[in-house]
Write a protein that binds this ligand. Structure first.
Ligand SMILES: NC(=O)c1ccc[n+]([C@@H]2O[C@H](COP(=O)([O-])OP(=O)(O)OC[C@H]3O[C@@H](n4cnc5c(N)ncnc54)[C@H](OP(=O)(O)O)[C@@H]3O)[C@@H](O)[C@H]2O)c1
Length: 241
């Protein structure tokens, strides 16, 4: 059985993944932005889940969470799931937080990053990005960056499967009630990549949609773009990968 951190597990796909993995007997480390939102996680905590609390717009909170997760013991996988669709939190939550956790957590065995079909509309340029989130950020750009981050980690950490997942447009709070894709399929791929033993689940550097490898935006596998992205994130956060 594995210990898996799932960020943004108070709602939507993160909560569904935490519930599924916990029901399978894995130890899940659930994450909530604050104590009030953590109340919805009580049933999971009653089943033995561990909890970390912190708002991902606050870099110090992300760093503290990394320290707490390390103190819990060996981590087998991280599902970088927390995300926002619009507003100033887009870059801090969708990119800076997963980057910092990737840099600060010592080698979980598997890494999964929530991407989106919107990443195809992202612009592979890094000048003038408001990483601090003082103004509304581009969701499409943030998902292109986090998908390239997943591919860069796959290249730089051989032996640690690192993959990005498009869950489809599914009816969560973010997706809205009329989203056309299958909510169940929207979280199965992340769970499978985090814990399954079959060789396909140990692929690295993939971009997945419903357990099918798919071709991402060309910038994702552009090593120069990956390196420029990692340099920008290291300079911005003061923390190198
Ligand atoms: N739904 C879709 O159609 C769709 C499509 C493509 C990709 N995705 C991606 O899938 C992932 C999950 O999306 P979802 O649909 O499940 O969204 P959701 O239902 O809105 O859930 C988002 C989760 O992220 C957490 N979160 C947001 N801002 C946070 C912050 N500042 N600090 C800490 N936690 C924060 C939320 O916490 P609170 O509950 O406290 O707000 C919640 O637990 C995201 O990365 C999203 O971009 C979703």
């Amino acid at each position: 059985m594995s210990r898996i951190l799932i960020t943004g597990s108070t709602d939507g796909l993160g909560r569904a993944a935490a519930e599924t993995l916990s029901a399978q007997g894995h130890t899940v480390v659930v994450h909530s932005r604050d104590a009030r939102r953590a109340r919805v996680l009580q049933p999971l905590l009653d089943q033995g889940a561990e909890l970390v609390v912190g708002d991902f717009t606050d870099r110090d909170a992300v760093r503290r969470i990394a320290g707490e997760v390390i103190s819990f013991g060996r981590l087998d996988a991280v599902i970088h799931n927390a995300g926002v669709w619009r507003g100033p939190a887009v870059m801090p939550v969708n990119v800076i937080a997963p980057y910092l956790l990737t840099a600060l957590l010592p080698d979980p065995r598997r890494l999964v990053y929530l991407s989106s079909g919107s990443h195809y509309d992202g612009r592979p340029r890094l000048t003038g990005v408001d990483w601090q989130g003082t103004s509304p950020g581009s969701y499409a750009d943030s998902k292109l960056y986090v998908t390239a981050l997943a591919a860069a980690v796959a290249r730089l950490r051989p032996g640690v499967p690192s993959n990005a997942v498009d869950p489809g447009w599914v009816p969560t709070r973010m997706g809205g009630p009329h989203a056309p894709d299958d909510l169940e399929l929207g979280h199965r791929t992340q769970e499978w990549l985090a814990v399954a033993d079959d060789p396909e689940a140990l692929t690295t550097g993939g971009y997945w949609y419903h357990r099918q490898l798919t071709e991402p935006h060309p910038a994702v596998h552009d090593e120069q773009f990956q390196d420029r992205l990692l340099d920008a994130l290291a300079e911005e956060t003061g923390t190198a990968l």
